[in-house]
Design a protein around this ligand. Structure first.
Ligand SMILES: Cc1ncc(COP(=O)(O)O)c(C=O)c1O
Length: 421
């Protein structure tokens, strides 16, 4: 088993680096479960539309992106002044950080790594908070405190990589606390298109001037190579962010797609159908394969090998009452509802200390088992997303995207062949 010193990549979809790391041939075909991209996309009409748009390459894009802003505003039920098209959701993150340069930001980990990176790039002090380590729930009291102490709080909803979703009424309480203290709440809704029933927070914009929503079009429409996103907020806040944006930041080809993409209701309906069919199926399949699966509201799952008994000296096992809607109670952890409890299985003590938000390190055995699973999948032609650069997960988990039925079946078949050492 030869390993190179190739670094672990910091994002999904980087097969070449991982193949090299595990000494596998560079041309090995892999099914990519590491990037959370809609497998139904891009829409079939897109290539032709792009070809037609090539004519416009000899001109600069409209610096105000009027057509794109109007299309987004109409789709979202806001005014064009509340919309800023961006070069992917990533640019929106960096614009918000730039607007708070030198200030203080809170980031709720484990989450998308670019919030902290953008903040550091613009000299913000980063106040890292952690989701409660049992269920990845937000500790509301701690989040309220974080909003009050910082200029900006980044929240990802649904959260990458946990797939969990902070309740809307909690968001409203955070907004109220922020408004009192001059704090902005930034909610990254990059994956909100995959959530049913609809959970987007756009209606809150009418009441909360301190709310900024970040959107990505690259996940739903499978165009990460093209770069397209936008942000929404109060007209004044959007004007301030726009003042920091590089001119013509969104290229003509991407901008020309905004209106037709948002008008493609059929594509969205097919995506919703795929989600309704495959999401519960894969969740149950992963659990049946012996994995702990965090119940996800998004198009990906955070998983890890179900824990074996650990040294629990002086600590009693944790038994959590079944939450409604999760299904038949099986294992001891709420997201293991569909896993028959194994003989002698004890949930390890991952309880947060003092009920506060704390990252609890997985044991060395748990880490080795997760890495072995990652390697087994890679050798079976399946690329998972490691979690090495997600503070609070520290490589104890893997993230798996939802794909089409046949691919999901291949993943489950590979898992069925896995024998932990
Ligand atoms: C939560 C989250 N926000 C934003 C982005 C960036 O998306 P985009 O491709 O639109 O820049 C990503 C990409 O993985 C993401 O996971």
């Amino acid at each position: 088993m030869r390993r190179s010193d190739e670094a672990w990549p910091s994002h999904g979809g980087q097969a070449a680096t991982l193949l090299a790391r595990f000494g596998l041939p560079a041309d090995r075909e892999l099914l990519d479960f590491s990037a959370n991209i809609n497998p139904l996309g891009p829409p079939a009409w897109l290539a032709e539309r792009l070809l037609a748009a090539l004519d416009g390459l000899a001109r600069y894009p409209d610096p105000d992106y009027r057509e794109a802003r109007e299309a987004i505003a109409a789709a979202e039920g806001v005014t064009p002044a509340q919309v800023l098209p961006t070069n992917g959701g990533a640019e929106a993150i960096f614009l918000v950080a730039a607007a708070h340069a030198g200030g203080r930001a809170a980031v709720v980990e484990p989450t998308f790594s670019e919030y902290a990176r953008a903040c550091r790039q613009y000299g913000l002090t980063v106040d890292a908070r952690f989701l409660e380590s049992q269920r990845f729930a937000l500790d509301e009291a701690a989040a309220l405190e974080a909003v009050a102490r910082n200029d900006v709080l980044f929240l990802c909803r649904p959260n990458n990589p946990t797939g969990t979703l902070v309740e809307r009424r909690v968001i409203e309480r955070l907004l109220a606390a922020g408004l009192e203290r001059g704090g902005t709440l930034v909610v990254d809704e990059a994956f909100v298109d995959f959530v049913t029933p609809d959970e987007r927070l756009t209606p809150l914009l009418a009441s909360w001037p301190n709310l900024i929503l970040l959107r990505s079009l690259t996940k739903l429409y499978a165009i990460p190579g093209l770069r397209l996103g936008y942000l929404l907020g109060g007209a004044e806040a959007v004007a301030r962010l726009r003042a920091r944006q590089m001119p013509w930041s969104v290229n003509h080809l991407a901008a020309s797609l905004v209106a037709p993409l948002l008008a493609d209701h059929d594509f969205l309906a097919r995506t919703r159908q795929w989600l309704a069919d495959e999401q519960p199926r894969l969740q149950a399949g992963l659990a049946a394969a012996g994995l702990e699966v965090v119940p996800s509201r998004a198009n990906f799952f955070l998983v890890r090998p179900a824990s074996e008994p650990e040294a629990t000296a002086g600590q009693s096992p944790i038994h959590i009452t079944q939450e409604p809607g999760i299904g038949r109670r099986g294992g001891h952890l709420p997201w293991m509802a569909n896993v028959a409890p194994r003989e002698g299985f004890i949930a390890p003590p991952r309880r947060p200390i003092d009920g506060s938000i704390q990252a609890i390190k997985p044991t060395a055995i748990a880490l080795a088992t997760t890495e072995a699973l990652f390697e087994h999948l890679l050798r079976s032609g399946i690329l998972a997303r490691h979690t090495r650069n997600f503070p609070g997960l520290d490589s104890g988990w893997l993230r798996l995207a939802l794909r089409e039925r046949a691919d999901n079946e291949r993943l489950l078949a590979a898992l069925a062949e896995w024998r932990p050492a």
